[in-house]
Ligand binder design. Sequence first.
Ligand code: AMP
Length: 414
Amino acid sequence: MSFSSLGLSDNILKGIRAMGYEDPTPIQLRGIPLFLEGRDLIGSAQTGTGKTAAFGLPILTKLGKPADTPRALIVEPTRELASQVETAFRDFSRYSDLRTTVLYGGVKYGKQTDDLKRGTDIVVATPGRLLDHVSQKNLTLKNIQYLVLDEADRMLDMGFMPDVKKIIQKCPEKRHTSLFSATIPPIIETIIQWAMKDPQTVEIGMRRSVADTISHSVYPVAFDQKNDLVLALLGKVDFDSVIVFCRTKVGADKVGSLLKRQNHSVAILHSNRTQAERERSLKGFRDGKFEVLVATDIASRGLDIANVSHVVNYDVPQHPEDYVHRIGRTGRAAATGDAFTIMVAEDRQHMEAVERFIGKKINREKMDGFDYKYTSLFDDGKLGSTPRFRGGSIGRGYSFGMSTRKGGGRRRRR
Ligand code: AMP
C-alpha cells in the first residue's frame, strides 16, 4: 500500500516524496487511517519505526491551511527530541504554509516569544517551558485540536507527569489525543483513562523486542578493567560511528575524557551540558565530525541518529527498557548493527533483568588477546571456554561476535 492511498493531502504527499519516503512503515500504515478517521491513538512501536510521520502527516493534512492560533501541540520529554520532531514537521510541510514552532528550556525566551507572536499552527514543546509561555500569555492552548503526548513513559521517568496533566487541562475537552509510549505503566494507564476517548492501540511488533538485525554480546570483565576493555573494543571494532552509553553524567564525562586521551574524536551528551553544547555534540556526531558519542540515557530515547554502526554499553542499564532504547540507536531501518555490553559482577542481576525483558539470552564473549584479570563472572560457566587470566592459565582462543578488521585500529566515519 502506498502513501497516496492513505488519505493524506496532496501537498503533504509532495513533502513525503521530497524526503525520499517510498512506502509507509507499519505504524504509518495502521496509524494514519485511524488518525484521519478521528480516533484517539495509543502507539507502541520501537524507535526508528517512523512514528513521527505516523502522527505528523495526518495532523498536517487535517490542519490544512494556516490559522491565527496554535491548533496542534506535540509534547516531548527532551529538547533534543523536540527539535528533531520540529524539523520533521517542517520537512513534511515544506509545500504547505503551515508553521511549526519549537519551545524548550535552557535557552532564552526571546526568539521563542517572537516566533509565537508571529503566529504558528503547530507547537512542539517540552512541558516546563510550554507552561512558562502559557503563564506569560505568549500562547494559549484553548484552540488545540490535536494533542500528542510523545514518549510518555520517558516523561513519567523524568518527573513531568504533573506538568503534563496541567497541559492536558489547559487544552479543550473536545480534541484529538494520541499518546506514544514503549511501555504503559499504571500511571500512564490512568492518564489514558482520563485524557483519551475510546483510544485504539497500534502496537507494532513486540513492545519489548529489539531489531533482528542487531547482534548482541556481553563482555564480562573485572571492575577495574572496564576502561581497558572499552578501549580494546573500540580498537578492534570496525566502526563507522559508535555511541557509548554510561549510567551517570560523571561517568560519561570520565569515559569521554578517557577516549579523547586515546585520540578518538568524541562528543559528550548529557543533561548537565548546556543546550549549545548538546546541540554541538549531536550535530557534530550526525555530521561525522565525531566518531564516538558518549551519552547517558538522555540520548537513548527516540533520538534520530542515523547510521550508528555500534552501541557499547559501558554500564549495564539499570532499567531493562533502557537497553531496548539504547540498542534502538543501531540496526535502524534494517541496517545491521552490533551492540556490546560490558558487565561487571555487580551487574549480574541487571543483565538478567534485561534478558528477561527482551526475552533473549545474550552470548557472553571474551576478547581475544585481552589480558583478563579474574572475576567471579568467569565462574558462571556461560563463556563456553576457559578464559585467559592475567598471570594465570592461558585459555584457548575465543571467537568474538563482532565485526573486526585486520590490523585493528579504527576508521573515520565516511
Ligand atoms: P522516527 O521513528 O519517527 O524517529 O523515524 C525514524 C527514521 O525513519 C527517520 O529518519 C525518518 O525520516 C525515517 N522514516 C520515517 N518514515 C519513513 C518511511 N516511510 N520511509 C523511509 N524512511 C522513513
